[in-house]
Design a protein around this ligand. Structure first.
Ligand code: BYC
Length: 478
């Protein structure tokens, strides 16, 4: 089961050859995917050899091998974690029944919607990151970008497999539509807000992979709990790949912070708010890094949906989408009577209100997400602290800069103090990157394509990918 068949046109560990109808449907979709990849994948690097990892097994102890690959020749495949003997539905009204191997008819529409939304985010992020290769701060970073991109492509395959195998004609139509929507297109946008935003520069890329890929982790963890076993198995393997994406984000921001602190120290600057002086050193000042974090964190919070959600309640009740690590929680796993504190806007004030636990599941997942985010932010601050610079990166209040849910109608500062529209208009640039911040960052985005060299604004990584030495040529540019 752990082995993957690479002889087939579509690598897989699901015995695709035994299901001719499905195989044909996927083989029909494959060239359309490749057309999409050539049109919307990394621009300018399709023919370059990139040192990429490809999964050869689904055993988390040793699953990937590294080699030079041209991206369009990457072996995108259908890979599911092994089936667990006797697995049960672990939550909701069907708790204790055997996990479903086929789609339960009554939940078909709900399940399809979850799979389509998950699937839509994957190509969206590739589209958002399409031009970044041209300004990569090193070959190491360029390779990481492309690794993330090909794996998001594989995650699209994962969802398309589910649609084609389990949802008949409408599944096939949804699979086509996943290749037709475009991030940021006014007529055919991607489904969720954050996936229509731009990823204009590398600091945004690192923030995106830190904050938004982490939403991916939380949502995949919740779907990995699903009573629909094929979805659970798919998401379990996707999580193995996802870990690297968040590593890219966390270490990326750490390296930016570190380079800024080093440059400040070398120049004898101790005040982090001496922005112009710091910028003259060719590094990104800490307050601007904070603003980027504010932007990407707040955009990502919107991906958790409304604080109070019947969709989320229904999906849990049906056994389709659980809580974060549901199987490790100790309660009745049905939540019919419990409550959960939800931060709401009550009488013009932001305060907690106990809400029915089932309706508050988006909130709960979002709270778990914030805890997870804070761990890495602590590691960024440790670097700043080691340089003795009086600055701390903080996550903004959850009411800050929101476009979905309870706080859409208000303006709040990063501490959750309510602001009038006029105050917000005046102070927006304190909290979020301004045009001049963006221009400054853009001015730093000069490509560095010599092995072992890094742009001025980012420190080298501590170790190479696959333990390669510093001078390793991760992408053969020549
Ligand atoms: N933008 O009842 P509600 C990843 C809609 S990231 C636009 O609160 P629900 C990745 C909502 O669809 C993880 N619309 O919704 C990361 C609903 O519309 P309908 C992706 C939004 O269902 C980086 C209406 O508002 N996976 O993998 O409880 C790189 C009412 O809302 C938004 C998933 O998200 C929004 N932000 O919660 C690559 C998992 N939020 O249906 C990949 C699957 C809400 O009434 N999705 N709406 O027309 C879900 O579980 C849920 O759909 C959501 C929304 C959590 C997204």
């Amino acid at each position: 089961m752990a082995g993957i068949d690479y002889v087939e046109r579509i690598p897989n560990n699901v015995n695709l050859a035994e299901n001719r109808r499905l195989q044909r449907a996927l083989e029909d979709w494959q060239p359309k995917f490749l057309d999409w990849w050539r049109d919307m994948g990394p621009e300018g690097f399709q023919e370059k050899l990139v040192y990429l990892r490809t999964a050869y097994s689904v055993d988390p102890r040793g699953w990937a091998k590294f080699d030079y690959v041209r991206m369009p020749e990457y072996r995108w495949g259908v890979l599911l974690a092994p089936q667990m003997e006797g697995r049960k539905v672990n939550f909701g009204t069907h708790k204790g029944e055997p996990a479903w191997q086929e789609v339960p008819g009554e939940y078909r529409a709900m399940l399809r919607r979850l799979v389509v939304i998950q699937g839509d985010t994957e190509p969206a992020s590739v589209e958002q990151q399409r031009y970044l290769g041209k300004t990569a701060p090193s070959l190491y970073d360029m390779r990481n970008l492309f690794q993330v991109n090909v794996e998001e492509g594989r995650h699209l395959w994962a969802m398309v497999y589910l649609l084609q195998k389990y949802f008949g004609t409408d599944g096939r139509e949804e699979a086509e539509a996943l290749l037709q929507r475009r991030s940021g297109d006014p007529d055919t946008p991607r489904m969720l807000g954050a996936f229509n935003e731009k990823t204009p520069d590398w600091l945004s890329f690192f923030m995106f992979t830190y904050f938004t890929d982490r939403d991916g982790k939380m949502q995949l963890e919740a779907l990995a709990q699903s009573g629909f076993d094929p979805l659970s198995r798919t998401c379990r393997f996707m999580l193995t790949e996802e870990a690297h994406h968040m590593f890219v984000g966390e270490t990326g921001v750490t390296r930016v912070v570190q380079r800024t602190c080093e440059a400040m120290k070398e120049a004898g600057i101790t005040d982090p708010n001496e922005i112009e002086k710091v910028r003259k050193l060719g590094v990104i000042d800490l307050p601007t890094i904070q603003k980027k974090a504010n932007l990407h964190f707040s955009l990502t919070l919107d991906l958790f949906g409304n604080e109070i959600s019947t969709n989320a309640a229904n999906a849990f009740h049906a056994g389709l989408k659980g809580r974060y690590r549901e199987d490790r929680l100790k309660d009745d796993h049905q939540l019919e009577s419990g409550t959960y504190p939800v931060l709401r806007l009550i009488g013009g004030k932001i305060q907690n209100e106990d809400s029915p636990a089932l309706s508050a599941l988006n909130m709960r997942l979002r709270d778990d997400y914030v805890v997870d985010c804070n761990a890495g932010v602590g590691r960024w601050n440790k670097v700043i602290n080691e340089f003795g610079i009086p600055f701390e990166i903080k996550l903004p209040h959850v009411a800050f800069h929101r476009h979905i849910g309870e706080f859409t109608s208000i303006k709040a500062d990063v501490n959750g103090n309510l602001l009038s529209d006029a105050e917000w208009g005046k102070r927006r640039g304190e909290f979020l990157p301004s045009e001049s911040d963006r221009d400054f960052i853009e001015s730093l985005m000069k490509p560095e394509t010599e092995p072992a060299k890094f742009a001025s604004w980012i420190a080298p990584p501590k170790v190479g990918i696959d333990n390669k030495p510093g001078e390793f040529e991760y992408v053969k540019i020549a």
